[in-house]
Write a protein that binds this ligand. Structure first.
Ligand code: SF4
Length: 214
């Protein structure tokens, strides 16, 4: 288990993330809150690249919540068939659209409390939508954020939820920017296999230097 980062190290790591990733946003393609919610739901256990290949046809066929609410389940399954867990995701998409059509006048509710009431929307999905769309001061922990947080000694927690709590407590502010930074850093630099440690801007704070797999 790696050592924990000190308070001073946490501050330095935070500054370096913000400096190196000043304007990061999600790599998912969307044009409004409805499309973002769908893309984030599809991205669970699936890559953003894959989701971006799937969503253009899906958004074209079902441009509004009301269209998706009336969709045929098999048609949705066909459109998202290359996505992991597409059976469940297809069901959830239609149920989610019906909930929004019935209870929210067709508008995506933009509070964490309301979002998690929707089918297929857990806290992580809700947080990603909120922080990306509204800039809310929220953290969300996916596989990349989890790995980076552990390698840097920012958390030793076993679960994503606990890691999210620890990161929120330690970083306190700019959580939306830090989330985006950690996702991109984990995806392209601090990779699960063969991380690019040599020229890593966080090398001096790292508790792992790629020596163990998280
Ligand atoms: S030194 Fe390597 S393992 Fe450590 S944070 Fe940088 S890329 Fe990740």
């Amino acid at each position: 288990m790696p050592k924990k980062a000190t308070k001073l190290e946490i501050e330095a790591i935070k500054e370096l993330f913000l400096e190196n990733y000043p304007d990061s946003v999600t790599e998912l393609h969307y044009t409004n809150a409805y499309e973002l919610l769908i893309a984030v739901m599809l991205s669970a256990q699936c890559t953003d690249k894959r989701v971006n290949l799937i969503t253009p046809a899906l958004f074209a066929a079902y441009p509004r919540v009301y269209d998706l609410a009336k969709a045929n389940l098999d048609d949705i399954k066909t459109l998202i068939g290359t996505c992991s867990f597409f059976n469940n995701k297809a069901k959830n998409l239609i149920t989610m659209a019906n909930q929004i059509a019935d209870s929210y006048d067709g508008k995506i509710p933009l509070t964490q409390k309301e979002l998690v009431k929707l089918a297929g929307v857990g806290q992580k999905t809700a947080n990603v939508v909120m922080l990306e769309y509204t800039g809310a001061n929220l953290m969300a922990v996916d596989t990349h954020v989890f790995r980076v947080a552990h390698r840097l000694g920012l958390s030793n927690a076993k679960t994503a939820k606990k890691t999210e709590e620890e990161l929120s407590k330690k970083f306190k502010t700019d959580l939306h920017r830090l989330h985006q930074a950690m996702v991109l850093f984990g995806r392209y630099r601090c990779k699960a296999i063969n991380p690019l440690c040599e020229d890593c801007f966080l090398k001096s704070y790292c508790k792992s230097k790629g020596r163990f797999k998280v």
